[in-house]
Ligand binder design. Structure first.
Ligand code: AMP
Length: 420
């Protein structure tokens, strides 16, 4: 199955080629033809299934093929999402996939000033990605009309309802034209979600794919404690010891990507950086070299790595932790693809431990922490001030239990400061 056989037009195929999507995911195989045929859709699809491209690609095509040009303060396709992070992500996907199409897309969400958003609405938009609360604010300010909406997407409908947006959605639906295409995506279908779907959808195409292989099933996740300063050495050690022929390593910044690739090179490991500041040609070259096994390590940032799809990638390493749980899933999903097994390693330092816990909490996950012989974190990684305070306060304080300050330690510090 190819994207072209699903009926996508040349400008979209060109983009998909550039970003390296080779074959449609099972969700996309079903959603793309149904959406192009203007059917309503009820899709049970999880994050990681490729659902965003599953609705964004055919939606872009419909708008590009159909015209008419958008009127001021109007929007042709509305995508409702539960969170600002998802809003940004979906918006970026539309921008990326629509690179070769003359369509205007934008995003609005709460927590930031509304005035610039009102300005953006003036010229009208082909696609607007929005969280429900801010969309209603814009409607209340008469900054936007929904009378020209011909396609509505509800993404992560179960989360929208979980987050208490049922009333907002009701108010938004009331302002939409009756004659429109509705695309309803949800990971789960509890009764409230089912009821909303039934209210909104007309004779929908029902799509349910087996959830993408669960993280637990195919990907071995490891959390290794190591001091930040020793991560490069540990990475070299793991690469040699585990005989990984190809590793995708994630870092937080372009600069770190360059630096780490350089250090690995000096250690005799063929590595290249992969980030947004490289030209498209340079990126394609790195990917081709990696695919051909002429590069052993690619050191990437999150944004750049989104399109990487390489079969049988044995390992992904979070050298720097991802910012969010969603990024974590996207990152580790680069290994263990198509039923292959893979390893995802996260380096955890005393400073990043609380952040990793948050990621684990979001993923309902708890990994046991490992230490590698010869790379154990130095026991006294607690901040110097805490150590000093503990010794100043005397043995009766109980000292420092772990590597991080406990609440009690912080209280003791405060008391010690007061008594100084
Ligand atoms: P989603 O489920 O929409 O959050 O997408 C999960 C990830 O899969 C994203 O990082 C996409 O960039 C990527 N992706 C979506 N479709 C494809 C495809 N056909 N081939 C390779 N990667 C894809």
């Amino acid at each position: 199955m190819t994207f072209s056989s699903l009926g996508l037009i040349e400008p979209l195929l060109k983009t998909l080629d550039t970003i390296g999507y080779q074959t449609p995911t099972p969700v996309q195989v079903q959603t793309i033809p149904a959406i192009l045929a203007r059917r309503d859709l009820m899709a049970a699809a999880q994050t990681g299934s490729g659902k965003t491209a599953g609705f964004a690609l055919p939606l872009l095509q419909r708008l590009a093929m159909e015209g008419p040009q958008v009127a001021s303060n109007s929007v042709r396709a509305l995508v409702l999402v539960p969170t600002r992070e998802l809003a940004e992500q979906v918006h970026q996907s539309f921008r990326e996939y629509g690179t070769h199409l003359p369509l205007r897309t934008d995003v609005v969400y709460g927590g930031v000033s509304i005035n610039p958003q009102m300005m953006k609405m003036r010229r009208g938009l082909d696609i607007l990605v929005a969280t429900p609360g801010r969309l209603l604010d814009l409607l209340d300010h008469n900054a936007l009309r929904l009378s020209a909406v011909s396609i509505l997407v509800l993404d992560e409908a179960d989360r929208l309802l979980d987050m208490g947006f049922a009333d907002e959605i009701g108010r938004i639906l009331a302002q939409l034209p009756k004659d429109r295409q509705n695309l309803f995506f949800s990971a789960t279908f509890p009764p409230a979600v089912q009821a909303l779907a039934e209210k909104m959808l007309r004779n929908p195409a029902r799509i349910e794919v087996q959830p993408a292989p669960t993280v637990e099933a195919t990907i071995r996740q490891r959390a290794i404690e190591v001091d930040a300063s020793r991560r490069t050495q540990l990475l070299c050690h793991l690469i040699h010891e585990s005989c990984w022929d190809r590793v995708l390593v994630f870092v937080a910044t372009k600069h770190s990507a360059e630096q780490l690739a350089d250090k690995l090179g000096k250690a005799g490991i063929k590595a290249a950086a992969f980030h947004g500041e490289l030209s498209q040609g340079a990126r394609s070259h790195v990917l081709a070299e990696f695919k051909a096994c002429r590069l052993q390590v690619v050191v990437a940032t999150d944004v750049a790595a989104r399109g990487i799809d390489i079969e049988q990638l044995p390992a992904v390493v979070n050298y720097d932790l991802p910012r969010s749980a969603v990024d974590y899933i996207h990152r580790i999903g680069r290994t263990g693809r198509a039923g292959e097994s893979g390893t995802a390693v996260s380096f955890i330092s005393a400073a990043s431990e609380p952040h990793f816990r948050l990621i684990e909490k979001r993923q309902r996950l708890r990994l046991s922490r490992e230490q590698i012989s010869g790379f154990e974190p130095i026991a006294t990684t607690a901040p110097v001030t805490a150590l000093m305070t503990a010794s100043l306060a005397g043995p009766s304080t109980g000292g420092i239990k772990g590597k991080r300050k406990s609440k009690k330690d912080k209280l003791r510090e405060a008391v010690a400061r007061k008594n100084d």
